[in-house]
Design a binder for this molecule. Structure first.
Ligand code: ADP
Ligand code: ZN
Length: 622
């Protein structure tokens, strides 16, 4: 890409147009990359200051910056704010008459605007694209870029067109911005927009005032003991439970302690829910016991603790919920009470959220048979579940949502659990058989399971919680937080970063694991236990190694001088900090974790309880 001419420096523009004293965390890094002319992907949490990242370069470049933004209201706010700062900006969307749109497009050609906000659906129109052709677009910024991923929470099909649109207007420099940091969504963004050697900056996710802890708990009573201690110490907070039933149970226990709390879950009526919310917001109760339905609008900034009574379904959900603590910036405590058995509940939710194609067909057939002349359905979800022979009534809701998205349901209305106004589309509209994208269903199911797997991995990991979570979101250079349970634990005081030689050994050991594992779409899967891997790395001539052809691997014998004793201890230490994991099935197989893979590539930092017993204590088997 040709180097860009800057008409002013970013710092000049910042002072002149925005009146800010300096940059927020990450902004300077991003702006430096953008003004150097590179494509890129920027991930920052909401409120992190993403807009400035493209607005400032826009003012430094010659020509005009196009900003794609999904919401008309948001667009207008942004443009109004810019115009109030005397920055020539305008917007083009469906609320603007075509004549006026043409005038604004002409203005782009004559250099009237520095920033033009465009709604994504504009790129459907060939006429719009050809009108753009004569314009010198210096920067193409895609805001809320997660909208182009079907795995994001806010998929907009029009966003999928942006890759082609970029081609048609001659591939100007392109920057995508989003607050959604999951690796899958990020990969989708890079792919759909076809960014060229993009820089990636992820920043601002750290919450230094939160101290995170994950406590292994065997019995329910121990959970209640922890809750009592935490409430005693921190008073105000939220207890998240996985199910409605559990919410009610926990609320009852709190009441038996004469503690005033509110319960909140999706099974309550709207009035009950807004009552609960108001009581909590007005500080008439200090504790809210809730499912994840609670939170969206909750802005009580003095929440001092968040407890997870069970493991949530994903790291994303966990961090978002834990993040409701300490909004005022003061110290707050987050504790997850972890019992592996609770993952069953999450698996049950995943099953419910991902009905099979077969289930979808059966439910649909049942709906058709039981609909009245107007194709209206008058049954409860439970009735349908029973009638269609679907065990999990959550599946029925998921099927209905899927059918609605695919256009097979005309009107969708399920107040509470009773369906009143739900109406199917007349079958003759789609004379063909029900079309189901089975591959997409399976993919979604797999991804949900992978997310849960990562969450469990976090629970077992012995790495600083903040560091682990930030690495999961893509912020790889975070330092240990110093306040989480791992950082505070006795053993971690002995941990230190490895020196160059040790680091090399660790990377070789990890490549050994990789060589002896299977890489699948879900990540790594072990094929061998620790013993075999150590033998292979030590160059053992044992029958098992030779007959398996393991002496042919490039890592064979690579750590011979370290010896088996040393390597066994090393693997234990690597397991403790989550670089490898033992999958407990019929045989304990050693698997490379996501963090382990990064460390293997030299792309992540870690600490080990080090050193293991002296390197000479091992011996080479022969
Ligand atoms: P995002 O799009 O990431 O949610 P915004 O771009 O809306 O965030 O910015 C969030 C807030 O931070 C805005 O009120 C904005 O004015 C403010 N802000 C952005 N950059 C700076 C800065 N360098 N200094 C001070 N305030 C800033
Ligand atoms: Zn920590």
């Amino acid at each position: 890409m040709p180097a860009k001419v800057l008409v002013q420096t970013p710092l000049e523009a910042l002072k002149k147009h925005f009146g800010h004293g300096g940059f927020l965390d990450g902004q300077d890094r991003v702006i430096e990359q953008i003004t150097s002319g590179r494509d890129g992907l920027v991930v920052m949490p909401t409120g992190g200051g993403k807009s400035l990242c493209y607005q400032l370069p826009a003012l430094c470049f010659e020509g005009v910056t196009l900003v794609v933004s999904p919401l008309i209201a948001l667009m207008k706010d942004q443009v109004d704010a810019l115009v109030a700062k005397d920055i020539p900006a305008t917007l083009i969307n469906s609320t603007v008459p075509w004549e006026e749109q043409k005038e604004r497009l002409d203005g782009m050609r004559t250099g009237k605007w520095k920033l033009v906000y465009v709604a994504p659906e504009r790129f459907r129109a060939e006429s719009f694209l050809s009108a753009l052709k004569g314009v010198e677009v210096s920067l193409f910024a895609v805001d809320e870029a997660h909208c182009l991923s079907q795995w994001g929470h806010d998929f907009r099909p029009d966003y999928m067109r942006l890759g082609k649109a970029l081609d048609k207007i001659g591939r100007p420099q392109c920057v995508a911005l989003t607050a959604t940091a999951t690796p899958v969504v990020r990969a989708d963004i890079l792919e759909v927009l076809k960014l060229r050697e993009p820089f990636e900056v992820v920043s601002g996710f750290s919450r230094p005032n939160l101290s995170l802890a994950i406590t292994a708990v065997e019995k329910k009573q121990q959970k209640y003991d922890r809750i009592r201690d935490i409430i005693g110490a921190h008073k105000t907070g939220i207890i998240y439970c996985a199910t409605r039933k559990k919410v009610e149970e926990v609320a009852e226990v709190l009441a038996s302690w004469r503690l005033k709390s509110v319960a909140y879950h999706g099974g309550m009526s709207d009035a009950e829910r807004s009552d609960a919310q108001n009581i909590f917001l007005a500080k008439k109760a200090d504790v809210a016991v809730a499912t994840n339905a609670f939170g969206m609008g909750i802005d009580r900034s003095d929440v001092r603790f968040v407890i997870h009574f069970e493991v949530p379904g994903s790291v994303e959900a966990y961090y978002q919920e834990a993040g409701r603590a300490g909004r005022d910036g003061e110290a707050a405590s987050c504790e997850l009470l972890f019992n592996y058995a609770d993952t069953r509940t999450q698996e049950f939710f995943i099953d419910g959220a991902n009905p099979s194609a077969q289930t979808i067909r059966e439910v649909y057939q049942y709906l058709l048979n039981s609909a009245d002349k107007e194709y209206e359905i008058h049954r409860s979800i439970e009735d349908i579940a029973e009638g269609a022979g679907v065990g999990n009534s959550m599946s029925v809701s998921s099927v209905l949502a899927t059918l609605a998205r695919a256009g097979y349901i005309e009107r969708f209305d399920v107040p509470g659990k009773r369906m009143r106004g739900t109406r199917l589309k007349k079958p003759d509209v789609f004379a063909r058989a029900l079309e189901i994208d089975e591959e997409a269903l399976e993919e979604k199911d797999r991804r949900d399971r992978d997310k849960l797997k990562s969450m469990v991995e976090l629970c077992y990991s012995r790495v600083c919680r903040q560091q682990w979570i930030l690495a999961y979101f893509g912020e790889e250079d975070a330092e240990p937080c110093g306040t989480c349970d791992i950082c505070r634990s006795e053993e971690s005081h002995e941990r230190r970063a490895p020196d160059a030689e040790e680091e090399l050994i660790v990377r070789k050991a990890l490549s050994g694991v990789a060589r002896m594992s299977r890489k699948s779409a879900h990540g790594w899967e072990g094929k061998f236990g620790r013993g075999k891997i150590v033998q292979m790395l030590c160059g053992s001539r044992s029958q098992e190694i030779l007959s398996g052809g393991l002496d042919q691997l490039s890592t064979y014998g690579m750590l011979k001088t370290q010896g088996t004793g040393y390597l066994n201890a090393l693997f234990r230490a690597m397991g403790d900090v989550g670089l490898v994991r033992v999958d407990s099935g019929e045989y304990p197989l050693l698997t490379l974790t996501e963090l382990g893979e990064k460390v293997m590539r030299g792309a992540a930092k870690y600490r080990l309880a080090w050193p293991p017993p002296s390197a000479s204590s091992g011996h080479v088997e022969s």
